[in-house]
Ligand binder design. Structure first.
Ligand SMILES: [Zn+2]
Length: 307
């Protein structure tokens, strides 16, 4: 007899339902990526491509005899439907916009387009804030978006399209885009910083406002202008040190080199480093990147440039 015994059939059915659960868990993990405010563009693309695959695997399993009617199937199904819903959720669209905006801001930064850097970073930040607000807190039963968040999401998507950050935007004619006074102000500040930093690194002498400082001997982590070097040397000589203890370090401030800007939280934990290839860019990054509320910075040269 080739007929399977009822026991063998039941075991086989259990196995299929277990597989369905594995697929549902996978879909839930992928949907989790799409609900994460800091998801990267790659992460979002990955989840968006993989959720439909999990759905087809689930459909194949559900078509097998008995699986759809199994008592444990509804729970797996609810995970799968939630994942499918997440695919088309506005927050997923916002994450895609955030990823596109981040990329566009990096391109704009590379060509010194301050307005676009400011606008795109603002769009990215607002997208991620809204994605965070969309997360439903199941234990406390906190609701997702308020009506105000929904309006903000719609406006943001429209704005993204105007700035060509969405597929719809590629087809849309570039309409006149308005930029808020606040962002215009930020753009002007960024442009002013760029002009200031054209002279090079800012002197670390206390209360000194000079730019174009150089790396010196004796004082670690210091960049000094000629006046501050002279003053410091006078103080050292008066205290009995050899004259000219502080001198410009030979090759200490190369026009092209590996400048490492370390941005750190002046009032707490945390730091981030950015590598730059010129003293001007290093100073500009030091003055414009603000990863913390109280960002302080140090600039050092790590050695010759790799390029
Ligand atoms: Zn100085």
């Amino acid at each position: 007899m080739t007929q399977l015994s009822p026991l063998a059939t039941a075991a086989e059915l259990d196995r299929q339902v277990l597989r369905l659960y594995a697929v549902a868990r996978r879909a839930r993990t992928l949907a989790g990526i799409l609900a994460h405010p800091q998801a990267t563009g790659d992460g979002v693309d990955y989840a968006v491509a993989r959720i439909p695959r999990a759905m087809s695997a689930a459909r194949r399993l559900l078509a097998l005899p008995g699986v759809a009617d199994h008592e444990e199937t509804p729970e797996a199904l609810s995970c799968l439907t939630a994942a499918e819903r997440q695919l088309t959720a506005p927050s997923t669209r916002l994450l895609r916009i955030a990823a596109a905006a981040r990329q566009a801001a990096a391109h704009a930064d590379a060509v010194d387009d301050d307005l676009r850097v400011v606008v795109f970073r603002d769009i990215e930040e607002r997208c991620r804030v809204l994605v965070d607000a969309a997360t439903v807190e199941p234990v406390l039963g906190l609701r997702g978006w308020s009506p105000r968040d929904r309006t903000a999401s719609d406006a943001l998507q429209q704005q993204a399209a105007q700035w060509q950050l969405t597929k719809e935007g590629d087809r849309a004619r570039l309409t006149t885009t308005t930029v808020s006074t606040y962002l215009c102000h930020q753009t002007a500040e960024r442009a002013a910083a760029r002009t200031r930093c054209n002279t090079g690194i800012r002197c670390t002498g206390s209360a000194c406002l000079a730019y174009g400082a150089v790396k010196v001997t004796y004082l670690v982590d210091s960049w000094l202008c000629a006046d501050c070097s002279k003053n410091a040397n006078n103080q050292l000589t008066a205290a009995g040190r050899a004259p000219d203890t502080i001198r410009p370090l030979p090759e200490g401030t190369p026009e092209r080199g590996r400048y490492i800007v370390t941005l750190h939280n002046a009032t707490g934990r945390g730091s981030r480093s950015v590598e730059c290839s010129s003293p001007q860019r290093a100073q500009f990054v030091a003055e414009t990147e603000r990863p913390f509320n109280n960002t302080a910075y140090t600039i050092r040269v790590a050695g010759p440039s790799q390029d």
